[in-house]
Ligand binder design. Structure first.
Ligand SMILES: [Zn+2]
Ligand SMILES: [Zn+2]
Length: 151
């Protein structure tokens, strides 16, 4: 009962419950605060809510800023990657060309039977048969270029 009594005194004569013009809730007159934004007296709950909202906004804005910065960083990274890609392309192209060049100039043999292959001379492109056992002939029958190693 003592608690009840003290509460009664607290909310007694001094604190007249008035209705908040902002939210319509009733609160003690002494607890009303002038809201600098709406320029009117509002209840503590309104202030609390406003502060909360402002904090949330701040948090959201901070997150947004963070996100935008991350996005910007990511974009810059992509740009950097893009800048690097042409170089890679060139290298790839060059490797491809080199590979093709090598392939074109490599000795291509076509196995006919266990000891005979069809050999294409890398110098003159003359195609002839070679006996892989006797290794005959040992040079191109057309231009005389030595037979390159083959498998
Ligand atoms: Zn209020
Ligand atoms: Zn030849």
């Amino acid at each position: 009962m003592a608690d009840m009594k003290s509460m009664m005194t607290k909310t007694g004569i001094k604190d007249v419950a008035i209705k908040c013009r902002n939210c319509g809730r009733s609160a003690n007159a002494s607890e009303f605060v002038l809201d600098y934004k709406s320029k009117m007296m509002v209840c503590p709950l309104c202030i609390k809510e406003r502060n909360l909202r402002e904090n949330v906004y701040k948090e959201i804005n901070a997150k947004k800023q963070n996100f935008l910065m991350t996005k910007e960083a990511a974009r810059q990274k992509v740009d950097e990657t893009k800048k690097n890609i042409p170089g890679w392309d060139k290298d790839d192209e060059m490797l491809e060309k080199m590979y093709k060049f090598k392939m074109d100039n490599s000795v291509r043999v076509q196995r006919i039977d266990e000891q005979t292959v069809k050999y294409r001379c890398p110098s003159c492109s003359y195609v002839f048969k070679i006996n892989t056992v006797t290794k005959n002939p040992s040079k191109c029958q057309f231009c005389g270029a030595p037979i390159s190693k083959f498998r």
